[in-house]
Design a binder for this molecule. Structure first.
Ligand code: AMP
Ligand code: ZN
Length: 140
């Protein structure tokens, strides 16, 4: 997948909308458009790396730091009883967008373990949740 047609590169360039939770030098965190659960957030590299084999280790370290920050804010904002942290590499593993990203999926008992939602969330719903999570971020 070339960077020109990549959905997440388009979001990074501002050609597609997203509901951002926070940003760091080399990452942007925004809500999944087809959430598997309320608050489903993606931690995404600004630059295009297809998978774990391409991402440089120092960028991966920043993904980990941001995941940790956003996880804490999700916990404060949404009080989930569990949190799934997932990252898929290659179509056989279920990857559908070939631009590196980490999923943070809040889990409640009895909701199942789907990684991908089927229904597109409304812009109003997503902007409300993004603001709620962002309000609980620790200052850097
Ligand atoms: P993966 O299967 O790990 O590659 O996950 C890709 C994720 O990106 C899926 O959970 C999709 O719902 C999500 N997604 C696809 N298009 C968009 C978009 N325009 N904005 C936000 N999330 C998206
Ligand atoms: Zn990309």
């Amino acid at each position: 997948m070339s960077e020109v047609n990549c959905i997440f590169c388009k979001i990074m360039r501002g050609e597609l909308p997203s509901h951002r939770v926070c940003e760091s030098e080399r990452t942007v965190s925004f809500l999944d458009l087809f959430p598997a659960a309320l608050g489903h957030t993606l931690i995404v590299t600004r630059d295009h790396y297809e998978n774990i084999y391409e991402i440089p280790p120092e960028v991966l370290a920043e993904i980990a730091t941001e995941s940790h920050r956003v996880a804490g804010a999700q916990r404060e904002a949404l009080r989930p009883e569990g949190l799934g942290v997932y990252q898929l590499n290659g179509a056989p593993a279920g990857q559908t967008v070939f631009h590196y990203h980490m999923h943070l999926i809040p889990r409640m008992p009895g909701q199942g373990l789907e990684l991908h939602g089927r229904k597109e969330a409304s812009s109003e719903e997503l902007s409300g949740i993004a603001a709620k999570i962002a309000a609980k971020l620790p200052s850097t």
